[in-house]
Design a protein around this ligand. Structure first.
Ligand code: SF4
Ligand code: SF4
Length: 386
């Protein structure tokens, strides 16, 4: 197994799971299950024991390994500089070994089968990929400056489609020139890669790269931080080299294009950093620049923000596989409570996966009267002059 030589180096100090104090549970799977085996250090030792033949590959072990949301909080806080950057790589290699042995949770198996057969996480026809544009006038890509990549959630999920429409309309109002490839695109593969399904990831990457290159794409703006991450950091190894932006990175420098109303009541907004824009790519500012530029918005911070932000639990495929589950102590619910306790009326998100996870959490935590989840472009639109 790749990176196996680091596994025994973890001395279970616990900085990764409790970075600042005894109540700061930073790992979504440890937060949900509260067993050491679900913590980053626990994963390291389980993998070591598996490789040494001291434990067997069981369904329970697979559940533990695939419950990692790939949030990177452990990488940020691990006390060992010699191997901290390889923690997630080791966990991915562990999942790859479990996949090779055929030992995967049913939710993971079904997700990967849908992806294999249909090229998307929903198991829907590629022909339906452009249906979200029925609700907006979006042009096909034909040499515009940017390809707008809506991805699976933006194309197939009901809430994701609303967000894709909202972002596309705000990009248009900002004067940004873009088009879409519609059924010419496949899933970006970010979460497939994080699950350790390397051949399937490579297949998806090569298909997208062939489609992008055939269309003459040079610049891409993504709806999801997950797609942004994989296009930017993983596709160059397969010959796909583009200038890649998350939509908030374009809007951060286009806010002067908007004329806002000044008759609306002020709102207190807190921003939930998406892991694949924040920790994985170190962009903590673009969304905050956008929010600060909206008249009437007061930006407040939760106790855990930027590199310390608690993940919503939807990464690593968990939005689809539900291995992590929506228990009472789920990361998403803890995050919704944190936002409400910070005094926010609006929990702003810049990722369609975060939106789905946190909207559900606000409902199950009974916070609907106090807190609304809104995607960044929706907050812009609500405050624009007609
Ligand atoms: S901080 Fe690093 S060394 Fe300490 S328990 Fe976590 S993974 Fe192991
Ligand atoms: S990446 Fe996140 S979910 Fe996975 S072990 Fe590290 S802290 Fe836990």
């Amino acid at each position: 197994m790749e990176h196996e030589e680091i596994l025994h180096r973890c001395f279970r100090c616990g900085y990764c799971k409790l970075p600042s104090n005894y109540t700061d549970l930073a790992c979504p799977s440890y937060l949900a299950f509260r067993f050491e085996t679900y913590s980053p250090g626990g994963r390291m030792w389980l993998l070591r024991a598996l490789l040494d033949g001291k434990i067997e590959s069981t369904p329970r072990l697979a559940e533990i390994m695939f419950s990692c949301a790939t949030c990177g909080n452990c990488v940020e806080h691990c006390a060992m500089p010699d191997f901290k950057d390889r923690l997630l790589l080791a966990f991915t290699a562990g999942k790859e070994a479990l996949l090779d042995s055929g030992r995967v949770p049913a939710g993971v198996r079904d997700y990967l089968t849908r992806m294999q057969n249909h090229g998307n996480a929903y198991g829907k026809s590629a022909r339906k990929r452009a249906d979200w544009t029925n609700e907006a006038n979006i042009e096909p890509f034909d040499g515009q400056e940017y390809l707008f990549y809506a991805g699976d959630v933006g194309s197939y999920d009901t809430r994701g489609r609303q967000i894709a429409v909202s972002v596309a309309e705000v990009l248009k109002k900002a004067g940004i020139s873009f088009g879409i490839l519609a059924n010419g695109e496949s899933d970006d593969g970010n979460d497939v890669r994080a699950m350790g399904e390397r051949p399937l990831f490579e297949d998806l990457a090569r298909k997208n790269i062939a489609a992008f290159d055939k269309a003459g794409v040079k610049k891409i703006v993504t709806l999801s931080p997950h797609a942004f991450n994989t296009f930017k950091n993983s596709y160059p190894a397969f010959g796909g080299t583009y200038q890649v932006f998350h939509y908030t990175q374009l809007l951060a420098f286009a806010m002067g294009a908007f004329t806002f109303r000044n008759d609306l009541p002020p709102i207190a907004v807190t921003f939930h950093d998406p892991c694949y824009l924040g920790r994985h790519n170190k962009d903590y500012e673009s969304s905050r620049m956008v929010l600060r530029a909206i008249p009437g918005v007061t930006l407040i911070e939760m106790d855990r923000s930027r590199k310390n932000a608690l993940c919503c639990g939807g990464g690593g495929g968990n939005l689809f596989t539900d291995v992590l589950g929506g228990a009472e102590e789920s990361a998403a619910r803890a995050r919704a409570v944190e936002a409400a306790e910070a005094g926010a009326q609006v929990l702003a998100v810049a990722c369609p996966l975060c939106a789905i996870m946190l909207e559900d959490a606000v409902k199950t935590a009974g916070l609907e009267e106090r807190l609304q989840v809104r995607e960044v472009s929706e907050i812009i639109s609500e405050r624009l002059l007609p």
